[in-house]
Design a protein around this ligand. Structure first.
Ligand code: NAD
Length: 506
């Protein structure tokens, strides 16, 4: 059999296995339907054919997972951080060993293209090895001597079962980015994956079990946001919730979590600007900008979906961005040559196409794309609009391969346009003037700024946004600030005399 033939045969075998075996919840170390009476079907976005049946969880399944996670918590937190770190390394190794299976399943389930998905699987493993190394940093605290009378010192404590709710655009990578710090810090986990791309969560569960993590420490409950997700947010035994998703979902989750005063980390939507000054190194800047909007099929929270261009280079930029968008290779996400795959779901394709119509209705100029592509699946052409920042297509998150180009005349105007947004996740600034780059970066109302680069992630750094883009930072030690509670312990260095009360009687 040719190499291509054998790859196709392997994929077909995997597809058949997914069809035959429903994806179950993972609770207390077992794959189980946990009494779910219903199921749902996940589709292959490249064809919209059913890919697998998935157990549909709700309150009873969340309750079982919460009980398992609560039961496992005391022993898990009592392990040494070194031992937990060793188990994180073992998980990383299992993920690396499963690279082909994970990549293929993620491609089939999410429609993300192979070249992106392979990198994401490597990142998923790295998330665990990174936090394995960080295990010792859990012991970094502070001491506060108070004259020579007292010493106060701080320690981090795990909190308990963490509810992790994830989206469909980078399912495995985004789940591991939360699971790894939560576990290494001594918490147990209940993961609720997105219903449109739930399958790699079960492969992650397999890897975690194979690594030797005790039953109940990591659990998965599948289901819809309004059912399984909402049940997790309101379960009294789950004190921490981290959600990555839309801003509207973040608001609902915050309102529901308020009933229980839960600690929340919200990583939400974005409408990130790239600011392109006329003095930038244009080819390199365009490489970064085109990648940052059209990679991940445009379904990327940090996409530079607004391109602010200094007017002297506007015509050239419009021409070149349009040319490159037209050149993108659309096709089967499993083909290593494909650059732009299908959108996740027919409903999402409709939503993105509706934004194309909205853009045209509000007078934006459609420079290329804007149409569905191919006979089947949820493919859409890479789309470039010329418009202004007040338009809905420049204000609302589209989460598809749609770029809006907006001109500016001065640095002040560029900053004002960039900040005229209800979101504040990332920004990208392209200029050869170093001082201006730093000056503009400081003025931007976003959680992250890249100068002269696309989004290159460095794991110790804080990731997250301001305004409608979220409430927290994850990454490095910042994640520990969420997944642990600081405790302050006071030690008297000499006898402490409290003011006597009630000693003498009336
Ligand atoms: P979504 O908000 O529809 O769903 C995210 C998750 O929340 C899913 O698991 C869903 O089932 C669950 N959910 C929905 N309603 C819920 C409820 N009432 N209670 C509890 N859980 C509920 O988001 P999506 O469409 O899956 O993902 C795309 C969004 O995610 C975009 O807005 C994107 O910008 C954002 N995102 C943000 C980041 C980041 O780090 N800031 C990263 C990736 C994606």
């Amino acid at each position: 059999m040719s190499e291509q033939g054998s790859v196709a045969a392997k994929i077909e075998k995997l597809r058949a296995r997914l069809r035959e075996k429903p994806a179950l919840h993972f609770i207390a170390g077992e794959f189980t339907d946990a009494g779910s009476e219903d199921s749902f079907v996940t589709l292959n976005p490249a064809t919209n054919e059913p890919l697998a049946e998935v157990a549909r969880g709700g309150e009873p399944q969340v309750a079982q997972a919460a009980a398992a996670a609560s039961k496992a918590f005391p022993r898990w937190r009592a392990l040494s951080a070194k031992e937990r770190g060793r188990l994180m390394l073992a998980i990383a190794e299992r993920l690396v060993a499963k690279t082909e299976e994970l990549s293929t399943v993620e491609c089939l389930d999410s429609g993300q293209v192979l070249r992106i998905v392979r990198a994401q699987v490597a990142r998923a493993a790295e998330n665990f090895s990174f936090y394995a190394e960080y295990a010792q940093r859990l012991f970094e605290g502070h001491t506060y001597p108070m004259d020579d009378r007292f010493l106060f010192y701080t320690v981090r404590e795990p909190v308990g079962p963490v509810g992790i709710i994830t989206p469909w655009n980078a399912p495995l990578m985004l789940a591991t980015w939360r699971v790894a710090p939560a576990l290494v810090a001594g918490n147990t986990v209940i993961l609720k994956p997105a219903e449109w791309a739930p399958l790699t969560a079960n492969l992650l569960a397999e890897a975690i079990a194979e690594a030797g993590v005790p039953p109940g420490v990591f659990n998965v409950v599948h289901g819809f946001g309004e059912e399984a997700g909402a049940a997790l947010v309101s379960h009294p035994q789950v004190p921490l919730i981290t959600l990555t998703g839309e801003t509207t979902t973040g608001k609902t989750v915050m309102a529901n979590a308020a009933q229980h005063l839960k600690k929340l980390s919200l990583e939400l939507g974005g409408k990130s600007p790239a600011i392109l000054f006329a003095d930038a190194e244009l080819e390199a800047a365009l490489d970064a900008i085109v990648f940052q909007i059209f990679s991940f099929n445009g379904e990327r929270c940090t996409a530079n979906s607004r391109l602010l261009v200094e007017r002297p280079i506007l015509d050239r930029v419009l021409q070149e961005v349009t040319r490159r968008a037209r050149n993108l290779r659309l096709g089967d996400p499993l083909d290593p040559a494909t650059e732009l795959g299908p959108l996740i779901h027919p409903e999402h394709l409709d939503r993105v196409l509706r934004y194309v119509a909205i853009g045209q209705e509000e007078g934006a100029q459609l420079l290329c794309g804007g149409r569905r592509w191919g006979e089947r699946g949820n493919f859409m052409e890479a789309t470039v609009f010329f418009g202004n920042n007040a338009m809905r297509i420049a204000q609302e998150e589209i989460f598809g391969p749609v770029l809006v180009v907006i001109p500016f005349d001065t640095e002040e105007q560029a900053v004002q346009l960039a900040n005229d947004s209800s979101y504040g996740l990332a920004a990208y600034v392209f200029t050869s003037n170093l001082e201006r780059g730093h000056r503009v970066a400081r003025k931007l109302e976003t959680g992250m700024v890249w100068l002269g680069s696309h989004n290159v992630r460095h794991l110790p750094t804080p990731f997250g946004g301001v305004k409608g883009s979220g409430t927290h930072r994850e990454g490095g030690l910042y994640a520990f600030d969420f997944y642990t509670e600081w405790k302050c312990i006071a030690v008297p260095l000499q006898r402490v005399q409290a003011p006597p009360m009630g000693k003498e009687g009336p």
